[in-house]
Design a protein around this ligand. Structure first.
Ligand SMILES: [Fe+2]
Length: 229
């Protein structure tokens, strides 16, 4: 299991000047065992600017992960392909885009380990979208679940993650305008809940009021070191 995880939000819908931002999601995940780029926002220009501003060295990245084929998650891979030609990207359906940008997409079907102690949920579908999410095993604390837009339903993703790897420590990413009932389920399963991207202001507000000790505020440039001390 990994001993520590550092999450760095390259782009979120919420701004944080002087970093640039737009509607999209990209998060850099560093552990004591590997480094992964999760989703790549909409704009190559914003990815390039924020990656440089945050001091991220793309040469150290071991692999990348695309949650689903929507432009606000894959657009910036055009820049990544220029800097890291041939980088492996774990994708949820047969690729028509990333290969053109000199990346190496590998299609995931069922749940499996993609890096040491990092597992994909396997493809889940919802709202006509194929999407997968990432689960990382954090030693002594449970797992960390990173989601893209949660088209299959954030409650279903969290339940699947719990079935696969047990206790959950933190969930972060886009929850796709979830209902309160869905948020209650997420809060029941996870020690920390970090709604970002397409979660919406209402979800963020609900969590911050009703689950104050679980809520974390996420915006462009947010850094979260795990375990939280
Ligand atoms: Fe999205």
């Amino acid at each position: 299991m990994v001993k520590w995880i550092r999450l760095m939000v390259i782009n979120d819908n919420k701004p944080n000047p002087p970093l640039l931002n737009d509607w999209g999601w990209s998060i850099f995940i560093e552990t004591d065992k590997w480094i992964l780029l999760y989703d790549a926002d909409t704009e190559p220009r914003i990815m390039e600017n924020n990656i440089k501003a945050l001091g991220i060295d793309l040469n150290r990245v071991n692999a990348a992960f695309l949650s689903h084929y929507h432009a606000d998650h894959y657009g910036g891979f055009k820049y990544i392909g220029k800097v890291r030609k041939g980088l492996t990207v774990y994708v949820p359906e047969v690729d028509n885009i990333l290969r053109k940008w000199d990346l190496n997409p590998i299609t995931v079907n069922d749940s499996r380990e993609i890096l040491e102690d990092a597992v994909t949920t396997g493809i889940m579908s919802g709202m006509g979208v194929y999407e997968h999410s990432l689960i990382v095993k954090l030693s002594g604390y449970g797992s960390v679940v990173v989601v893209g837009c949660s088209h299959p339903g954030i409650d279903k993703i969290v339940k699947r993650s719990h079935e696969l790897l047990g206790d959950i420590y933190l969930v972060i990413g886009g929850f796709h305008g979830p209902s309160r009932q869905q948020l209650d389920i997420v809060a029941r399963y996870s020690r920390y809940v970090c709604p970002a991207h397409c979660s919406g202001d209402e979800a963020r507000h609900y969590m911050s009021v009703h689950y104050r000790d679980k809520y974390c505020d996420v915006r462009t440039g947010t850094v979260i070191n795990l375990p939280i001390t």
